[in-house]
Design a binder for this molecule. Structure first.
Ligand code: MRU
Length: 345
């Protein structure tokens, strides 16, 4: 893999700008946490786990720029840093999970200089753990993929989306690595085309055979018997297994059930939010109308067209066959496994 979605170098965060892919591989270099928050908001870095890692580094950058050695002032300034970062994308559970981890480090005993060092160590640790967790869940998930399978996936859940190995795409990479002959059907993923731009770009680099389709073609392929399983990532999973993921995921899950095709979610346990009893409580991000009226800057709808643009939808747990995590596979009834796995270290 030649690209690095996120990298910490010389007290700066280097971010691969995903908005410019696949045409240009441009890296943004920043030491400013506000810029990290903007990069998360405008999808320069995206995918729930990668957002969490970026936010952790952003928090560390916010700490490094504080001059005051006074503990109270230091803590108050970091509360602001956390507020700015957490206002970037409301659905990605990993964002809040990472910020909570960083905030707990601020409560450590020590001088502000020592705490700054601990914060940077924690951000680096979160990044390392993400890669480990991706690799582990990919091994669990590859067991569901048989030789000759055709797998449908939605949005982008690869290294770009996690700053590691990938979740749903990690499972696919692992099965390929293990020598299975597989074929991927990647949905383009309107409005922002993460499937067409990013998943296709990654799959090409890994040498995994794939076919790109528009979102509305999924039913056609399922009815023809051409899909063996569906696997996607997640942005937030409630305690009962209801899962928020990229808009269009729910439609795919309903279609999969209708055609007796297993539907898997692959996500780290840091995506689970046990404080939410069901998917009804997940906050769904709404994004700018231009994402729908325009494609890469070109207007495709009449001016002033009314638009609604929810970035995610919730798939009720009844449609999910299993949830693949780094600690193992959560099977139905999900509630039980969710409690157990979230508590495990
Ligand atoms: O809006 P995005 O591109 O950040 O949405 C990403 C997704 O919906 C992914 O499927 C999800 O974050 C899981 S990434 C491993």
């Amino acid at each position: 893999m030649s690209f690095k979605p996120l990298e910490w170098r010389d007290n700066k965060l280097i971010i691969l700008d995903q908005t410019l892919l696949p045409d240009k591989e441009v890296y943004l270099e920043t030491a400013d946490y506000r810029e990290v928050a903007r990069a998360i908001k405008n999808l320069t870095v995206r995918g729930a786990p990668a957002i969490g890692v970026a936010a952790a580094y952003g928090f560390a950058l916010g700490a490094l720029e504080i001059q005051s050695g006074n503990q109270v002032e230091f803590t108050l300034k970091l509360e602001k840093v956390s507020r700015v970062l957490s206002a970037s994308r409301p659905t990605a559970r990993n964002l809040f999970w990472a910020l909570e981890r960083m905030e707990s480090v601020v409560r450590s005993i020590g001088s502000t200089t020592q705490i700054k060092k601990l914060l940077l160590d924690e951000a680096l640790q979160i990044h390392r753990e993400q890669l480990k967790s991706d690799v582990s869940l990919s091994h669990y998930g590859s067991a569901f993929i048989a030789d000759g399978n055709t797998i449908l996936t939605h949005c982008n859940t690869g290294a770009l989306a996690t700053a590691g190995y990938g979740t749903a795409l990690g499972v696919i990479r692992q099965a390929h690595q293990e020598g299975r002959q597989i074929n991927i059907i990647a949905t383009e993923t309107r409005p922002l085309l993460q499937g067409a731009r990013l998943t296709a770009w990654e799959l090409k680099q890994y040498g995994i055979p794939f076919t790109l389709i528009t979102d509305s073609m999924a039913a056609y392929f399922m009815r023809k018997g051409k899909i063996d399983l569906v696997i996607t990532g997640a942005d937030c999973i409630a305690a009962n297994g209801d899962t928020a993921n990229k808009i269009g995921t729910y439609a795919l899950a309903v279609l999969a059930k209708e055609h007796n095709i297993p539907f898997y979610i692959a996500a780290p346990t840091s995506t689970i939010d046990l404080s939410l009893s069901s998917g009804n409580e997940i906050i769904i991000e709404e994004r700018s109308p231009e994402e729908v009226t325009h494609i890469r800057g070109v207007r495709i709808a009449p001016e002033h067209t009314p638009v609604f643009n929810p970035s995610f939808d919730v798939t009720p747990h009844q449609y999910i066959t299993a949830i693949i995590t780094e600690k193992g596979v959560i099977r139905k009834p999900f509630g039980e496994g969710m409690q157990k796995f979230s508590g495990l270290k």
